[in-house]
Design a protein around this ligand. Structure first.
Ligand SMILES: [Zn+2]
Length: 433
């Protein structure tokens, strides 16, 4: 008893010092719930208590071990399970699922930005407090990121790539119109010199990271989904330039040869990774790269894609790799490749990001592994941008979500988030079931 009291007194003193150093009185919150997911230990803690001041977690314990300071506001979430805010490493926050094929040509940058504002709110309320945006037109994701950081727009923390870099005629170019329209994707670059210049340009206009297309893709016209589109030499130039500027690199890559050259070039994440083979798994592990595999997406593209205006050619491509990608996911998990959580939301409706958890468990992960992929592992793979997130632990940013049911019993409960706190601010707090 004595120990508990002196500990909380020390904490209170620490909190007072901290709020004084901030110059303003930040509110102290004492948050309690029935269970907490400890993503570092991979354990469920019963009767947790979390002390939050301003945007930071000051202490974590159980209700028995960590007493509430006298002046703290108590928030009791009753029977809920709390866990760190979720991280989606592959989102197109400014895209809509119903604007595909030739319809997409009518979407202006302004329209993208406005959709982004709406999508950001939906994504945050679904429990995703951080996203990596990997590809947006007109630097609209950068504008959205800055608006959220200013407190003007409600949304997740965004690590933004700006426009995705790619080869002429490749997945990151625009291939819908004939030559006479002179339509070129905004970050098309060919050859090491032009690619380095494009990395610098994307960085200049505010990107936090670089996204590029190493191979063909599903939703692009006229390319083969697995075909390699940058040489090893081009990818090496891109990655070294980006790393020199302090940016991480995400490579869109479906086919095995493009995946392997991207890994040899030193990329940080492989997006999709559909046809990765054993050699690719070994390269990923040797180079410390992670896979970000959107294995729910296939259900939406094949179920709703035609209604959403996805081109018949793209539906055919999805049919050819959807199942193979899930089988690759299973083998990659078994092989011990670092797996993050990336959905490609935007291709399917925003807010449904968590639907992928069920697929990850169906295809070889435990519920705890799937939760870790979307929290602590993704945070680690973000590097400096992820240092302070992904865990409910002392010193981390207070990104905390609450669920009515324990997701380690049923991972589907992650689709029903009823409490969302981002950086100490309560965004959503619905009573439990
Ligand atoms: Zn994507």
């Amino acid at each position: 008893m004595l120990r508990t009291r002196s500990k909380s007194a020390a904490l209170l003193a620490f909190a007072t010092v901290l709020s004084a150093s901030h110059g303003a009185l930040a509110e102290t919150l004492y948050l309690t719930a029935a269970h907490m997911i400890d993503t570092a230990a991979g354990k469920v803690i019963d009767n947790p208590a979390v002390l939050i001041e301003g945007d930071r977690i000051m202490a974590v314990g159980t209700q028995a071990s960590l007493a509430a300071p006298k002046d703290a506001r108590r928030i009791d979430l009753g029977g809920k399970t709390i866990l760190p805010g979720l991280i989606d490493m592959h989102v197109h926050i400014t895209a809509r699922a119903d604007q595909n094929g030739y319809e997409s040509l009518a979407v202006t940058t302004a329209a993208e930005a406005i959709s982004g504002v709406a999508n950001a709110g939906t994504t945050l309320r679904a429990g995703f407090t951080t996203i990596r945006n990997v590809g947006a037109g007109g630097f609209s994701d950068i504008a959205l990121r800055d608006s959220i950081n200013r407190g003007e727009t409600i949304g997740p923390r965004i690590i933004a790539s700006g426009p995705a870099i790619g080869a002429t005629g490749g997945h990151c170019d625009n291939n819908l119109l004939p030559e006479s329209y002179h339509d070129v994707g905004e970050a098309v670059a060919d050859g090491p010199v032009a690619i380095r210049a494009m990395v610098r340009r994307v960085h200049k206009f505010g990107a936090d990271m670089i996204k590029f297309c190493a191979t063909g893709g599903v939703l692009s016209k006229g390319d083969s989904v697995g075909g390699q589109q940058y040489t090893l030499e081009e990818m090496t130039a891109l990655v070294s330039e980006a790393h020199m500027l302090g940016m991480r690199v995400a490579a869109h890559a479906h086919g095995a040869s493009g995946i392997k050259d991207a890994l040899r070039a030193g990329v940080d994440t492989i997006e999709h990774a559909s046809l990765a083979d054993d050699e690719a798994f070994a390269l990923a592990k040797a180079h410390g790269a992670a896979f970000s595999m959107d294995i729910y997406n296939d259900d939406f593209i094949l179920g709703e894609g035609e209604k959403m205006g996805i081109l018949p050619e793209s539906l055919e491509k999805e049919r050819s790799i959807g199942l193979l990608q899930r089988q690759t996911f299973q083998r990659a998990v078994k092989a011990g490749v670092t797996m993050v959580f990336g959905t490609d939301a935007g291709v399917y409706p925003h807010g449904g990001n968590a639907k992928q958890f069920t697929k990850m468990v169906q295809w070889g992960m435990t519920p705890m592994q799937a939760i870790q992929a979307a929290t602590i592992t993704s945070a680690q793979v973000l590097g400096k941008d992820g240092n302070d997130i992904g865990q409910i632990a002392k010193g981390k940013i207070a990104d905390i979500i609450g669920l009515d049911n324990n997701p380690t019993d049923n991972v589907k409960s992650l689709e029903q988030v009823s409490f969302v706190m981002k950086a100490g601010k309560i965004i959503e707090n619905r009573p439990g079931l």
